[in-house]
Design a protein. Structure first.
Length: 165
């Protein structure tokens, strides 16, 4: 195979996917059936001033890539969120009745609470999204876990405003 298409493929992999010599070597062997040495790939990259990637494009060590966010003790931090859920229409020809929407225009609201330590989750669906249903949901959440809940974080939606203290 002529050298110019090989160099173009190596540059394409480096510029678009930020592959290093090892990955470029593997990719060229697997997908293009081109045998080239790791040092050959490195020399091509170096000659074309593509030897080092920018700091933002370099891969990071596994222990520094990301750290899972979690608390050390159960109930220290519980996150609450509300999401709109559409009603399910009945399937035609299934013989069963269609699900009739309840509430305003068939909207439902899923209230979810997740503990940051144990990842225990509580969910309820309500036909309305207001302070009354938010208080009902939080009463349910506080009565369920086998540990005391210390703090609750919300997204500061209208349902979590003046009725809470």
């Amino acid at each position: 195979m002529p050298l110019v298409p090989v160099i173009e493929k190596i540059l394409h992999l480096r510029q678009n996917y930020h592959f290093g010599p090892d990955k470029i070597l593997m990719y060229m062997q697997r997908y293009h059936d081109i045998e080239i040495s790791k040092s050959g790939v490195w020399r091509i990259l170096k000659r074309l001033d593509r030897g080092r990637l920018q700091a933002s494009q370099r891969s990071k060590r596994h222990d520094r890539r990301w750290k899972r966010y979690e608390r050390q003790r159960p109930g220290h931090h519980v996150q609450v969120d509300v999401k709109f859920v559409e009603s399910l229409p009945g399937k035609p020809g299934s013989g069963g009745p269609a699900v009739k929407p309840v509430g305003r225009r068939g909207k439902f609201y899923q209230f979810t609470a997740i503990d940051d330590c144990t990842w225990l989750r509580g969910m309820r669906i309500y036909p309305r999204n207001n302070q009354k249903t938010a208080i009902q949901f939080l009463d349910y959440v506080l009565s369920q876990p086998p540990f005391a809940v210390e703090t609750i974080q919300t997204d500061k939606g209208a349902e979590f405003q003046s009725g809470f203290h």
